[in-house]
Ligand binder design. Structure first.
Ligand code: BES
Ligand code: MN
Ligand code: MN
Length: 456
């Protein structure tokens, strides 16, 4: 690797890491209103950084929620234009007492940096910015035209960026998108993600009596919304993991034989996954499908929380007037969020137990995506990754969702290259989130070499 930009990145790595730590100290939790100012601060930090390294037209793009950050550098005439995407918002850090070091005090331990957002997605956003800085510093120019668009609402559905992208602004005219918000299939194994699940995130609210009631006086006569909610939830999936909503699977497209064969040759040990990653006594899910199929190519239903009633220490004998559950569904190609939600809502209304009212509310949604791999950008990516990691790239899907990736294709016609450097055990959304320091370093180098390859 003779690139002078890579040499610059190597020399400046300690400073790069310090700058990542500065960003990680900002608790930019997009879902909590009390952190609104922190989200803006993270956006301002990135904007200042983009301007400092020589990106132009740097500005905030205001949305109804947290701002987008935009900057460009468009002086590589005749070269392709990349739209670089990442998100500066993070998930809430709770449960706090399970962290070994505080979530917003980035701490280095055994070759990792621990903090909320370390890998999802601040570490990867900083890797992108540092790749640009290195290219700019080494050559006083970039090898291709670059537009950068960072959002602060990915973890809450990405409404702001979705409406901005749907308006097809001239500022987003590009040839392809570079998304760094995914992971390697295994340590040291260069990986491109070529498919994501979509999702609908909903709230189910069940209401019974007009007010909370004494459970001794009314138990046996008044409907209990928690019991009704449990009945509804229990009817979403059967014991074999099969979703019971009529028509739910109608639009599901199975992966091709070739893709399934490629997945079978990935280094995956189901028992190791059960023990080391999941840590449960058994795995569950649809019979007849492998773990990778179940998590990448099959829809699923999950419950994230149930609210209401008495949850304090001790006991209170009450029949709560209402109960709410947060329920989401992961979707796969070619399901649409609108149809999935309509089927789910009418099913829930049909199975709702007697005596209660049920509201089914959509909180946010996003489409699944599947990326074509027969293009020069993917080819350039595999060449760059081979140089940095010394191995052939594996193509995987991911069970997670990045709603805007589907929109880049639909509204802007952009193929995405999803080049990310997380690891399967990085604890995304969980306590002790981390980013492997070697992956941070090689990630920056991979991004540098990729952009150089595309521009060459
Ligand atoms: N970066 C993740 C998605 C992801 C995780 C991709 C692992 C590949 C591997 C992203 O930040 C995320 O968590 N998305 C949310 C989206 C949702 C809130 C709309 C998700 O998947 O739950
Ligand atoms: Mn992410
Ligand atoms: Mn996330």
């Amino acid at each position: 690797m003779s690139s002078s930009a890579v040499a610059y990145a190597r020399q400046n790595h300690p400073r790069f890491l310090n700058e990542l730590k500065d960003l990680l100290r900002i608790p930019s939790i997009s879902t909590l209103p009390e952190h609104k100012a922190d989200c803006r601060k993270a956006a301002e930090t990135l904007l200042a950084e983009l301007k400092r390294i020589g990106m132009e037209h740097g500005r905030m793009i205001e949305t109804k929620g947290h701002p987008l950050v935009y900057a460009d550098w468009l002086h590589a005439s005749g070269k392709p234009t990349v739209l670089i995407y990442g998100h500066y918002d993070v998930q809430p850090p709770d449960p706090l007492d399970e962290w070994h070091s505080p979530p917003f005090e980035p701490t280095e331990r055994n070759g990792n940096i621990y903090a909320r957002g370390a890998v999802d997605d601040k570490g990867q956003v900083v890797a992108q910015v540092k790749a640009l800085e290195s290219l700019m510093a080494a050559n006083h120019a970039l090898p291709l035209n670059v537009r950068v668009l960072f959002e602060g609402e990915e973890e809450v559905g990405g409404e702001g960026i979705a409406s901005y992208v749907a308006s097809k602004p001239a500022d987003l005219k590009a040839d392809f998108a570079l998304v760094s918000d995914t992971e390697l299939f295994a340590p040291g194994l260069p990986t491109l993600c070529v498919g994501l699940r979509g999702m609908i995130y909903t709230e189910l609210e069940v209401r019974g009596a007009k007010t909370d009631l004494h459970s001794g006086m009314y138990g046996g006569a008044a409907p209990n919304p928690f019991v009704s909610l449990a009945h509804i939830i229990a009817r979403l999936k059967d014991e074999n993991g099969h979703i019971l909503i009529p028509g739910f699977y109608d639009d599901v497209v199975a992966p091709s034989k070739e893709e399934l064969a490629a997945w079978r040759s990935l280094p995956f040990d189901e028992e190791e996954y059960r023990k080391a990653e999941v840590g449960s006594k058994q795995l569950v899910g649809e019979a007849g499908y492998s773990v990778l199929e179940r998590t990448w190519a099959r829809p699923t239903v999950d419950v994230h929380g149930i609210l209401g009633g008495f949850v304090g220490a001790g006991a209170k004998t009450v029949i709560p007037a209402k109960a709410t559950a947060k329920v989401s569904m992961r979707l796969v190609p070619n399901m649409t969020p609108a149809k999935a939600f309509a089927l789910y809502k009418s099913y829930v209304e049909k199975i709702a137990p007697a005596g209660v009212d049920v509201d089914v509310r959509l909180i946010h949604s996003g489409d699944a995506c599947l990326i074509p791999v027969d293009n020069r950008y993917i080819q350039a990516a595999t060449r760059a990754l081979h140089e940095v990691w010394g191995k052939d790239t594996v193509f995987i899907r991911s069970g997670g969702s990045i709603p805007i990736v589907g929109d880049f294709d639909r509204h802007l016609g952009l193929p995405s290259v999803m080049m990310g450097f997380g690891l399967p055990d990085d604890n995304l959304h969980a306590p002790n989130e981390k980013f492997n320091l070697k992956n941070f370093e090689l990630g920056i180098q991979s991004l540098i070499r990729f952009l150089e390859e595309v521009g060459s």
